[in-house]
Write a protein that binds this ligand. Structure first.
Ligand code: GUN
Ligand code: FE
Length: 420
């Protein structure tokens, strides 16, 4: 069967790296099957017969990857922001997550969550569920039906957790393996190992997850160095580990398919380890503001060539908006520069747009750009009110993202070449 070929016509903007956004006014984005052929000023002769979807003056940009989000926390976004991480988890988060022992509750909330994700600029996401197998199955089913592409992890927790949200080590590993095998029946939804964070996971559990990783060649997601009290707790819990990052690495959990959320307080050895292992940092600026966690030195990570993407971290982050994540990342980096280290340069718009698209997309392969061969994840955006529209495309893109709360409409969304 020949591949479906088509072209999208509009004002095209995409990253080719952290420091370059390529723009084409009224250009053609040619797609063949699930892949980008390329972005062109004029339609190449060999594609002259293809269907052209003309989006007029709209912006055409790559889809965004949310590299870190907790689906079960969707209902309590925007409340309970008066505490720091460990108290926030015990007071608000764990009681909420315990509710997912009910499949009726999971059914209701995961439907809301999936619909919100589908309506957003997010085309790919890496998602935590809870410890519960039936609820996680529901989330798998809903995401698969949505057309989005995602990784979903059943959370592992066997210590320092309330009775109704704590597994035995054996059950945790057996349930994880069960879902790993069930996930093979899905096309767009994939399993990912999800030790919640070191305080919730015994060494035996971490070792078992390392074994599952080796057996099934799976990716991993977790949290790392988010908050000072958390880092101190890990030091007490793991006296023989070199540092927090080592509590994962010693069990083989850090590699180029690992995502570590936050990384606010990495020491130099841990930064070096993240670089050597080619692991991903999920930078979650709104979460870091809300829980007063701190500011991750993301500019340094980028300069060292560490993989970085952006996460909403619902519900510590209140907003599911990746546009907000972009502008929050720029904002907190400016505070870091002003208040913490004047030798540090603030993040640019180009760098944060890259992180939201290509940087996080890299976790999924060639995703998040319109370079030839990339998967065709595409957003078509326009201003609700075009009265403020700038002539310069780069300025227009930047303004559209900064004014997203009030002035953007998502006209169309394609995931791997398929229009949702
Ligand atoms: N660390 C462990 N669990 C969580 C969580 O649910 N949210 C955040 N922000 N940090 C965590
Ligand atoms: Fe998180």
């Amino acid at each position: 069967m020949s591949q479906d070929k088509f072209a999208l016509l509009g004002n095209i903007c995409y990253s080719t790296g952290p420091n370059k956004i390529h723009t084409i006014e009224r250009g053609y984005l040619v797609v063949s099957g699930d892949k980008i052929v390329g972005a062109f000023d004029t339609l190449p002769d060999e594609y002259s017969g293809v269907r052209v979807e003309d989006y007029g003056e709209a912006l055409i940009i790559p889809g965004m990857t949310d590299l870190h989000v907790h689906a079960p926390q969707f209902p309590f976004r925007g409340i309970g922001m008066d505490l720091e991480l460990l108290d926030w988890l015990n007071t608000y988060t764990f009681p909420e997550e315990a509710k997912y022992s009910s499949i009726d509750y999971a059914e209701k909330i995961y439907e809301f969550f999936t619909q919100a994700l589908k309506a957003s600029p997010i085309t790919r996401a890496v998602i935590f569920s809870t410890i519960h197998v039936p609820a996680t199955r529901i989330l798998f089913d809903k995401l698969e039906a949505s057309g989005l592409i995602s990784y979903v992890g059943k959370v592992n927790m066997d210590r320092n957790s309330p009775d109704d949200l704590r597994e035995t080590t054996t059950t945790s590993l057996a349930d994880t393996e069960l879902l790993i095998n069930e996930a093979k029946n899905y096309k767009r939804t994939h399993a990912i190992l999800t030790p919640r964070f070191t305080p919730s996971c015994s060494d035996d559990l971490m070792k078992g997850l390392g074994d599952l990783k080796a057996k099934y060649d799976l990716p991993v997601q977790s949290h790392l160095c988010e908050n000072p009290s958390e880092v101190e707790l890990v030091r007490e819990l793991c006296p023989t580990s070199k540092n927090y990052a080592d509590t994962y690495d010693r069990f083989g959990l850090l590699d180029d398919k690992a995502i570590m959320a936050h990384c606010v307080y990495l020491n130099d050895d841990e930064i070096e380890l993240m670089k050597v292992r080619k692991s991903f940092v999920a930078h979650c600026p709104q979460s870091n503001i809300n829980l007063a966690s701190g500011i991750a030195p993301v500019k340094k990570f980028l300069e060292l060539g560490i993989n970085v993407g952006l996460g909403t971290d619902i519900a510590a982050g209140a907003s599911l908006s990746m546009f907000r994540a972009i502008t929050d990342a720029i904002g907190v980096s400016k505070l870091y520069w002003r208040l913490v280290d004047e030798d540090f340069h603030a993040l640019t718009f180009s760098e944060t747009f890259y992180m939201a698209t290509m940087g996080g997309g890299k976790f999924f392969g060639q995703v998040g750009s319109f370079l030839p061969g990339y998967e065709a994840d595409v957003l078509v955006l326009d201003e609700k009110n075009s009265g403020v529209r700038r002539d310069n495309l780069l300025e227009r893109l930047e303004q559209t993202i900064y004014l997203a709360d009030e002035n953007v409409i998502l006209i169309a969304k394609y995931v791997a070449g398929k229009k949702l």
